[in-house]
Design a binder for this molecule. Sequence first.
Ligand code: 13P
Length: 247
Amino acid sequence: MNTNATWPSENAARAAIVDAARRTIALGINTGRAGNVSMRWHRGGADGLLITPSALAYEAMTIDDLVWLAVDAPAGEDTAAGQPLFADGARQPSSEWRLHRDLYAVRGDAGAIVHAHPPFATTLACLPRIHAEGIPAFHYMIAVAGGNDIRCAPYATFGTAELSAAARTALDGRRACLLAQHGLVALSGTLESALELAVEVESLARIYWQALQLGEPALLDATAMASVHARFSHYRPDREEPVQGAG
Ligand code: 13P
C-alpha cells in the first residue's frame, strides 16, 4: 500500500494527519493528549510513516511537529533511549511509534493507523471477560473490523515492544482491536477510513456495554456472520478488502 499518490505533497499529507488527530478529540474518541495517528509515507525508495509527536496537545500541533520514520529499520537499530534511529523530525515521535512501525512492516493493507482511548471501548478493555473473549458478534457490524469478533490485546506498558507484539497478534486477520486497560487500534487503507473505523468500534463498544447492563446479549453464529461478510463485499467493499495476517 502506497498512500503517497493520494496527496499532492507531503505537507498536504501532514495537514490531513494533524486534522485527523484533532478530529479524534471532536469525535469523542480521545481527550487531552491521548492517542496518536500515522500514515504510511514513502520517501525516495524507503517505506516509512508520518506520525504525530509525543505528548503534544492536538490544538497546538502543526504539520512541522510530525515525525517521519523508516518502516524497514532492522530490529536492534533503535537507540538505547528508546527512540527510532531512522527518524526525521524536530520532535520525538509518539511513544507508540514502535506499534505503528511494526504494524506497517507486517500489514501491507495498512495505509493509516489511529490509536485512541475512547470511553466505552476502554471501559470494556478493563474487564476480564473482554480480555478473554473480546467483543463477540453481538451485532452484525462487528464485521467492519474484519472478522467475527474484536479481540483485546493483553496489557503491556504503553510504548513497549511487548505492546506492539500484543497488538499485532490481536489484529491478525482484523482491522481493529482493543488494548487491555488502554484503548483501541484501528488500521485501514486510508486515514479517513481508519478514523471512521475507530469511531465505529467505539459505537459498537457503547452498544455492547449498554446490552450488558440489561442481561446477556444474544450472539450471531458463524453462518449469520458469513452472510454479513458476503453482503459487505457489495455494501461496504472498503471493509471487505482482504485483511492480512500479522506476519
Ligand atoms: P503519545 O503522546 O506519545 O503519542 O502517547 C499517547 C498515548 O496514547 C500512548 O499510548
